[in-house]
Design a protein around this ligand. Structure first.
Ligand code: SAH
Length: 257
């Protein structure tokens, strides 16, 4: 029996970072049954739409206003159709479900969220790295530089740089020189490793590696101005300590030294 989905609600689905196999099984099943799909054409891999029935109505939200998007959703729900809103990566980071959800709720329609693989996870997998490295970095800061969206004053890149831990910086590559100067002013040494990953998990992905000293020039030279993550920190370098978990001299709940 195929899973049945409630057509009284709008289904927000995390599309994953790009690779069309990196969607959850639940997201895939929703696409298989979808009758109305509204997708963020500027960021998601449109090959995902191949999972939808041939007669599904698919709308690119890139040129639509919030009002137009929610009208499409409400019309679908009112017609008893399964409505899927497909957004890049995971919905909980730099998404817009809250504003869409509020308009829907004003019309008495609820929504359900289905998580996705965020691009910062796709990028780490592609590089084969861990953001947490024993004794080097045990925290990850997910942030962005101010753009048209201002930053809360306590959350500037410069303020976060004080921790010198791992960082995944979204929505900022267009201002790579501003990112570099704030990180440096905040305390990261100039030899801190940086990787800029363009379109992680897509076939045309590109990675530029460097340090705070040269990454800005390298990224400009590579012509990367959007859809990229700036990963910063010693986790990208060669400093490394073995974790205690698999250490033969270390006992824990499941193993005696
Ligand atoms: N919700 C998304 C983020 C949306 S904001 C997520 O979880 O990934 C859009 C920003 O995400 C882009 O500007 C870029 O910084 C980043 N991004 C999205 N997809 C990406 C990818 N495949 N590779 C690198 N960065 C990506």
């Amino acid at each position: 029996m195929p899973e049945r989905f409630d057509t009284q609600k709008v289904w927000f689905v995390g599309a994953g970072p790009g690779d069309k196999s990196l969607i959850t099984l639940k997201g895939y099943r929703l696409l298989q049954q979808a009758q109305v799909v509204i997708y963020a054409g500027s960021l998601i891999n449109t090959e995902l739409l191949e999972y939808c029935p041939a007669d599904a109505q698919c709308h690119d939200s890139a040129g639509l206003t919030l009002e137009q998007i929610t009208q499409l959703m409400l019309a679908g729900v009112n017609d008893g159709k399964l409505v899927v809103r497909l957004q890049t990566g995971d919905l909980s980071l730099y998404g817009s479900i809250r504003e869409q959800g509020e308009v829907l709720s004003q019309h008495g329609v609820g929504f359900v969220s289905v998580p996705g693989v965020s691009s910062f996870l796709g990028a780490a997998a592609q590089l084969g790295v861990e953001y947490t490295v024993p004794e080097i970095a045990q925290s990850l800061i997910i942030t962005r530089i101010e753009g048209r969206t201002p930053m809360p004053p306590k959350e500037t890149l410069q303020a976060f740089a004080r921790h010198q831990t791992s960082m995944a910086i979204f929505l900022s590559v267009q201002n790579i020189s501003g990112v570099v100067s704030q990180l440096f002013a905040g305390g990261y040494p100039l030899d801190t490793p940086v990787a800029v990953v363009y379109k992680a998990t897509w076939p045309d992905s590109q990675t530029v590696r460097g340090t705070l000293a040269d990454i800005s020039e390298k990224v400009t030279h590579a012509g990367i101005g959007k859809t990229a993550l700036i990963l910063v920190g010693a986790f990208l370098g060669d400093q490394f300590h073995y974790s205690k978990l698999y250490d033969a001299d270390f006992s824990h709940e499941y193993r005696q030294a």
